[in-house]
Ligand binder design. Structure first.
Ligand code: ZN
Length: 307
């Protein structure tokens, strides 16, 4: 009984050793294109036909062999038998140069189920990136634009699925008949309740403090109509132009900045408003410079700015 167990142990050990050797040899055969000289178009058909291994086994060995050639960490883990070939085959899809050590260590110390879950988690995270989506460039462009707008509205960066959910919600709110009716009803109630100008929630108004507290309380909100005019004129993009004449490309975290501060009698007229991203609005405030005309004043270094 005991000797039978020992025999099984020995065989299993040999099996793992042979498997790891086979991965290594198949990798070498493929890199030398030896299968071609033997008359096989692929290393896969060579493994199945010449070596007599089953298709799933051939697939597993070749997939692992290819990844092991690419990543030294995997090759080492297999040759030292830290990782079985089968377990290695479960992680190759998610394995990258960056996560190799971490993922291999994870797979070596966790169950197959836990490993599969970890791979699924990593793959999810990878497909979260817009760039990994298989969609036409113009759709990608639209998604990115929507992501930027949603980020400004929510005041944080949104993941792909969050963005898509919000976009779809908004589409349904706008076009689904019941929601549409509900929206109209609420709007009617609101109009009844207050007749003041609606403030667009999309961009925040400049509330940075060159304004005294007194001026703050006297501040009149920028109307939605004015915002529309400013957004069309500035193409809803930061208008800051740097020394080299490049305009800031930021289309999120935007503010309607008052050229002449409200505290100094600046109005809410479109001519007095300019679109700036948070970063450039901060910069403008920090420098406390008067902005006249276009926001390309900073193009002239060394100019003495005074009130
Ligand atoms: Zn900017």
């Amino acid at each position: 009984m005991n000797s039978l167990h020992e025999h099984a142990l020995r065989l299993s050990c040999q099996h793992r050793l042979l498997e790891s050797e086979l991965v290594k040899v198949l990798g070498e055969i493929e890199s030398l294109k030896l299968h071609r000289t033997l008359g096989f178009s692929s290393v896969f058909s060579y493994t199945v036909s010449a070596l007599g291994l089953s298709e799933p086994v051939a697939y597993t060995l070749i997939t692992v062999a290819r990844k092991a050639r690419e990543l030294g960490a995997l090759s080492k883990a297999i040759s030292t038998q830290k990782l079985s070939v089968n377990r290695a085959s479960r992680i190759v899809a998610a394995l990258t140069r960056e996560n190799a050590n971490e993922l291999i260590a994870f797979a070596a110390t966790h169950t197959q189920r836990e490993t599969d879950q970890e791979v699924a988690r990593l793959s999810d995270r990878r497909t979260e990136r817009f760039e990994n989506l298989r969609v036409p460039a113009e759709v990608l462009e639209l998604l990115k634009k929507a992501q930027g707008l949603m980020a400004s509205r929510k005041k944080r960066n949104l993941k792909f699925d969050e963005t898509l959910k919000l976009v779809l919600e908004e589409f349904l709110n706008r076009h689904e008949p019941v929601r549409k009716a509900e929206r109209a009803r609420k709007r009617a109630e609101k109009t009844k309740a207050k007749t003041t100008d609606k403030i667009s929630a999309e961009n925040s108004v400049c509330t940075k403090p060159d304004a005294t507290p007194k001026a703050k309380t006297a501040r009149i909100p920028v109307t939605a109509l004015t915002r529309h005019i400013v957004n069309i004129r500035d193409q809803a993009r930061c208008t800051f132009v740097d020394y080299a004449g490049h305009r800031c490309t930021n289309d999120r975290w935007l503010h309607a900045h008052h050229r002449i501060p409200v505290s100094r009698g600046g109005s809410n007229e479109p001519a007095n408003l300019v679109t700036l991203c948070s970063f450039h609005q901060d910069l403008v405030h920090q420098l406390s410079l008067p902005i006249e005309g276009q926001v390309n004043w900073i193009r002239e270094p060394g100019r003495a700015y005074s009130h």
